[in-house]
Design a protein around this ligand. Structure first.
Ligand SMILES: C[S@@+](CC[C@H](N)C(=O)[O-])C[C@H]1O[C@@H](n2cnc3c(N)ncnc32)[C@H](O)[C@@H]1O
Length: 252
C-alpha cells in the first residue's frame, strides 16, 4: 500500500467539530482509496493502563526479557504512555520490557515520533499530569508544534526517549519477525483500517494465533470492536484476560 498525507490541513480543520482531537490527520491510501485516521493521545482511556502493567508485572515476574511491540502506534503517544507506566510501577525492573519496538504504516507519524514531537490538546495536559502523579515535567519538555491542529507539543525527556525504537512498517510484515514467546503486541484502534477485501482482519488474527504461544499477549482497543476483533481473536485461540482488551493464547 502507498499512503500519502492529505496536504490541505486548513480545509480539514474547517470541517472539524469542537471535539477535534490533536494528532488527528486523515490519510488516503493511493492504491485503494481507503481513508485512515491517525488519531491517538497519551494514556488513551479505553485501556486500564495501571491494570495492564500490573498484569505484565505478574505474568513476566520470572522472565528475563519481554519483547514488546507496538504496531499502528501512530505518532508515538501510545508507546510513551506504556513506557511511563512501566517505569512508574517497576523502576529499574522495567528495563526488561525495553526497547519497545514501535511502528506505524504512515511515514509522517514515524518521522514526528522519532523527532520527539508529539502534539496534544490543552486539556490533555491535565490527564497526562494526573496519570504521572503531577510529574509530567519529569517525563516531558515542551517542543515546537508542527501541526496547527495541536495546541501544544511535548517531547519525551532523556531515558524515556531511549526506551522506544521507531520504524515505519506494515503489521503483516512486522509480525514475521516477532518471537513466539514472551511477546506483548499492542495493535490498537486500527483493525477497521485493514482492507476488507481479502479478509485482512481475519488473516491477521489467524497469523497471530499461529505465531504466538501462551506466554504472549495481544492488546486491542475499543474501536476494534467495530470489526469483531474480539470474536476473531477467540476464533484463533485467544481469550480475554481480566483486563479488558488484553488477550492471551489459551493453554498453559
Ligand atoms: C487511529 S490510529 C491508532 C493509534 C494508536 N494505536 C491508538 O490506539 O491511539 C490508527 C493507525 O493505524 C495505522 N495503520 C493502518 N494500517 C496499518 C498497517 N497495516 N500496519 C501498521 N499500521 C497501520 C495508521 O497509520 C494509523 O496511524
Amino acid at each position: 500500500m502507498n499512503i500519502t498525507a492529505v496536504q490541505n490541513y486548513n480545509l480539514y480543520s474547517k470541517q472539524c467539530n469542537p471535539n477535534f482531537k490533536a494528532n488527528n490527520r486523515k490519510i488516503i491510501d493511493k492504491a485503494t482509496g481507503n481513508v485512515y485516521k491517525t488519531t491517538t493521545y497519551f494514556f488513551r482511556e479505553d485501556l486500564n493502563w495501571d491494570g495492564f502493567v500490573k498484569l505484565l508485572d505478574n505474568k513476566y515476574k520470572d522472565t528475563l526479557k519481554v519483547n514488546v511491540y507496538n504496531d499502528a502506534c501512530s505518532g508515538g503517544h501510545e508507546p510513551v504512555s506504556l513506557a511511563i507506566k512501566l517505569k512508574q510501577r517497576m523502576g529499574k525492573r522495567a528495563d526488561k520490557f525495553f526497547p519497545i519496538h514501535a511502528s506505524d504504516y504512515n511515514p509522517t507519524n514515524i518521522k514526528n515520533a522519532k523527532a520527539g514531537i508529539m502534539g496534544i490538546k490543552n486539556e490533555e495536559l491535565y490527564r497526562i499530569n494526573e496519570e504521572t502523579n503531577n510529574r509530567y515535567r519529569d517525563y516531558f519538555s515542551f517542543a515546537p508544534r508542527t501541526n496547527f491542529c495541536d495546541d501544544l507539543a511535548l517531547s519525551p525527556k532523556g531515558d524515556l526517549s531511549k526506551n522506544i525504537e521507531y520504524k515505519q512498517g506494515d503489521i503483516f510484515k512486522n509480525i514475521e519477525q516477532m518471537p513466539s514467546s514472551n511477546t506483548v503486541l499492542l495493535c490498537r484502534n486500527f483493525w477497521r483500517y485493514l482492507p476488507e477485501d481479502g479478509n485482512n482482519a481475519e488473516k491477521l488474527a489467524q497469523k497471530l494465533g499461529e505465531k504466538l504461544d501462551s506466554s504472549s499477549l495481544v492488546v486491542i482497543g475499543e474501536h476494534d470492536g467495530e470489526c469483531n476483533t474480539k470474536g476473531l481473536l477467540e476464533k484463533y485461540g485467544f481469550e480475554e484476560t481480566p483486563v479488558q482488551y488484553v488477550f492471551q493464547k489459551r493453554g498453559k
